[in-house]
Design a protein around this ligand. Sequence first.
Ligand code: F6P
Length: 552
Amino acid sequence: MSRLTQSELWSSLDRHYDEIKHVHMRDLFDKDGSRFEKYSLKLNDILYDYSKNRINDETLNLLLQLVDEVDLSGWIEKMFKGVPINNTEYRAVLHTALRDQGDQPIMVNGCDILPEIREERERVNLLAESIRTRKWLGATNQAITDVVNIGIGGSHLGPLMVTEALRPHTLHDLNVHFVSNIDENHINDTLEYLNPETTFFIISSKTFTTQDTMVNAETARQWYINKLGSDECIDRHFSAVTSNVELAKEFGITEDNIFKMWDWVGGRYSLWSAIGLSIVIAIGSKKFDELLAGAYEVDQHFRHTPLEKNIPVMMALLGIWYNNFFEAQTMAVLPYDQHLHRFPGYLQQADMESNGKDVDRQGEAVDYTTGPVVFGEIGIAAQHAFFQLLHQGTKLVPADILAPVYSFRCIARHHQALMSNVFAQTEALMRGKTEAEVTAELIADGLDDAQIKQLLPYKVLPGNRPTSTILFDTLNAKTLGSIIALYEHKIFVQGVIWNINSFDQWGVELGKQLAKNILQELNDIEPIDKHDSSTNGLINYYKQRRQQNLQK
Ligand code: F6P
């Protein structure tokens, strides 16, 4: 058994779970009118209400002991100070340095990294602003109208999510596109309407070896050359963001257009680095600074606020509570803000690539469950799609609800209706509907006893479904930066409690290795027999069908 599950505290949490598992939140609210005041926290314009969770003071008392037991405060300091806590890649974890606004040095291998970070940001800002102000001219002296970010995973999801979230702050005559899929349809559909003379590419890849990105980059370069007849002036149209400067140069990108990132920034935590170039082009450097400032404020909050008042800590502890004691397998993230429509996708990578691990920091298999399956959708759309399961399904799905007090334009007719759904859904999930309530409704509707008896079981909603609600004033750059950082730190805290390294991703390597070999096999027409019968069968069927198609 692991240290975690054999601890006295874990047993106390288990016992407490047994006591509370049948307690209904409706009763908790009925008994204690101060739950909202007790179980909500505020940071600037962000309100975090976690009162609609299956907790009481004892739950929090025990969960907070857990963070003491794992020395969370010590781990927080290690991360912020650049100790190489990514112990399988021997790296520091310093995305927080990218938004640091202080004047204290942050040392990595004996060097203060802040000057280099700020220098690189300045270079990013210069390029972005010259594109935004139409000073950057393409091969035929025309201003740039379209920017295409080619990248995948962390080199795509963060920039895409932020650019969409801050869409009202983007320029109308400058379009930013994102291409990630190696499926040719993605790049072809994107390039179809673009003019190479006014298009600027950003090849975003920390490693500059990711197959999807490199294949797309090559296609983009070929498209440019085909359309313009030569690669002359290609420097006016291609840039790269990478920690592998040599490979970017080999690809043909001029050093002036290469922006550096560092090995101490994980891909899924990299939107704050030059990987955010597409964001800066979309929203401008001033707004990007606000994004950084919002994240920095959360960093300060996370580092210096007592753990019981610390929002990411509470978010993480609730996740542990459901994941490890209620055995919830999932977590839903439901933004009620259209501009956050890419947030669930972004969070999936941030959370699942970080905490989807089955081996602890000592190399031992864990004997408890780790990261949840994160899924989500715009809240309103989800209500009409999968909320049925949240209300009456057999699985417990804790959900985070994010919603703005003001929308960008704030047309009252829309916004009040939207928000009425936020409050109604969290209340419905918490309270449910009792037999007595359903019966009273059916009587009022004029149904007879037999009809009531027949319908009753279907109409009862069990309730007791947990939600946490994050209300923020409006979705501006600063608030968005704060929200992202809250989730980053939540993930970190959970990784510390589960004693796993949240900053590597070895699990994704096997598929990449196999794909490399299989790619060679696909290029050869002979049937394959090296794999299991299913893989052989699928590959051979595919090759045969391609051959038949060629012969038609
Ligand atoms: O395959 C997973 C991954 O390594 C992610 O961690 C990363 O964000 C993504 O691929 C892209 O990697 P790169 O930026 O090196 O192209």
